[in-house]
Structures are given as C-alpha cells and as structure tokens.
Design a protein around this ligand. Structure first.
Ligand SMILES: [Zn+2]
Length: 85
C-alpha cells in the first residue's frame, strides 16, 4: 500500500485525506502541522505559506500525544511531495 504524505509537514498517512481520486478532501486535520486538508494544502503556494508559519511558530504538533518520541522534523520534511516544496 502506498503511503500519503502531508503536503505541509511530510507526515505519512495510510490513506489519503484527499480521497481515492485525489480531489475529495475530507477536511480532517493533520496530527502534526495542524493543516486542514482541503484548505491550506490546496495549492503548492498555500502549503508553503502554512509550512512557513508552522515552522516559525516552533513546529508544534497539533496532537502532541501523537508525536513520536524520537521525532525527526527534518527527516519528515523531506517526505513532503516535491511539488509542494
Ligand atoms: Zn502535516
């Protein structure tokens, strides 16, 4: 099964929140960066803008209890799809 990676922070998901066709966002929230799928990750520019704000605010996990103990932010950021870098 192919993983889906958050366009803002690169967190991996078993299922795409953008739906099987890639155009049907479920408006859920990324556990890491807190982006609402379908809003701020809609275009490469909006994803970049949200990422810049999130990083500037200290890259805090939206759901802190889901943060891995050995979380490596830079490794995860490398998983952001190239189009959204
Ligand atoms: Zn994210």
């Amino acid at each position: 099964m192919e993983l889906w990676y958050c366009r803002v922070c690169g967190l991996d998901y078993d299922e795409s929140p953008w739906g099987p066709d890639g155009h049907s966002p479920d408006y859920s929230t990324c556990a890491c960066c807190g982006v609402v799928f379908g809003y701020d990750d809609y275009t490469p520019n909006s994803a970049r803008g949200y990422r810049a704000q999130w990083l500037a605010a200290g890259a805090v996990w939206f759901y802190p209890n889901m943060k891995p103990q050995n979380w490596q932010m830079n490794t995860q950021l490398q998983q952001v799809p190239a189009r959204y870098h």
